[in-house]
Each structure stands twice: as structure tokens, then as C-alpha cells.
Design a binder for this molecule. Sequence first.
Ligand code: GAR
Length: 199
Amino acid sequence: MLRVVVCVSGGGTNLQAVIDGVESGAIHNTQIVRVISNNKNAYALERAAEHKIDAVCVSPRDYAERADFNAALLEAVKEAEPDLIVLAGFLVAIPPAMIAAYPKKIINIHPSLIPSFCGVGYYGLKVHEAALARGVKYTGATVHYVDEGTDTGPIILQKPVEVLPGDTPKILQQRVMEQAEWVILPEAIDMIATEKRSK
Ligand code: GAR
């Protein structure tokens, strides 16, 4: 069984896609053992509770020093004894100690075709604003391993999505989620779970 911790900051639609994948059996041999949010108001926490998944909030607001928050975050991850950590809209810089503790065991979903529109400052709607400003005809999403850089780790899966006339950042964001993110994130987890079983 692949033990997965999912880290979230907001609405949690990608978390929902993973929960649905596990419950439907599309993601094999996998259990979501904990959801961690840095934001106590994240709707993602309610999604976890609805599905009886252990959910905790570790907020930087509760710590005077960033180092203490980083340590608490790592502790919350370690307690759950994960085989895989999934960043599903987790808008926190991953502490280097966590990357060192889980090499090739952290994956991230990013809402563009890396290496376009990624790196520091590119997250959420900003990614889609930049894609529309550049006038690309296709964008998409990427699942990649997390290394010390921002969106620089090895790519696992990508899926292109067409940009259409009249798109606004929000319309494009929704299409990228529906046609790419909610498809490739569960797929990548299933690939990793299947690989683990065959070892
Ligand atoms: C998703 O579009 C995800 O790709 C993006 O945040 C959104 C979270 O939505 N992540 C990044 O931009 C990371 N750089 P969700 O909470 O509904 O899954």
C-alpha cells in the first residue's frame, strides 16, 4: 500500500481528484493517510473530513520563526509515515530539510507545461494570466518530482490544453484543471503506486 500525504493551501479540487481516484479504484494500492494545510480556512480540510481522512493545519502564523514552522511541517509529515508526499496546490516553499528527508518522494502539480510559466512567482491564477499575456495557443499541466529548485525537478507527466478565444485567466484555469490537472495527478500517483507494488 502506498501511503500518501497530500499538502494543500486552498480549495482542494486536486485533492478531491485524488480522493475520487482512490475511492473509485482508478488509483491502485494507495491510501491517503493525512492531509496537511498551511491555511486553517482551506476548503480542502473539509473535503478531507468528509472522507474521514486525518487532516491537520500547520500554519506559519502560529510560529514566530520560519524555522519553527518548517520543523513543525516536517514533523506533521513524518508522523504520517508517508511513501509519497503530494503537493496539490500547496503554496509554501518546501523546506530544504523536507526535500533532503524525502528524495524523489515529493511530487507537485503545476498548472502549465513546464518549463513555460513556472518558477518563483508563478502560482495559481498568475500562471494563466502570464500564458494569456504571452498569447500561447496551448498551455496545460505538469506533474513533477520536487527538488531544491522551484518547479525544476524531473517531469513525470504533462498534458496540453488548448487556449480559446475569449479566455480569461479564470476560464483557462478551470479548463486546465478539468482537462489536465485532475487527470494527470491521479495518473501519476497510480503509476508510482503500481511501480512500488511491482518492486
Ligand atoms: C491548482 O491549479 C494547482 O495546479 C496550482 O494551484 C491550484 C490549486 O487548486 N498550483 C500551483 O500553482 C503551484 N505552483 P486546488 O486547491 O483546487 O487543487
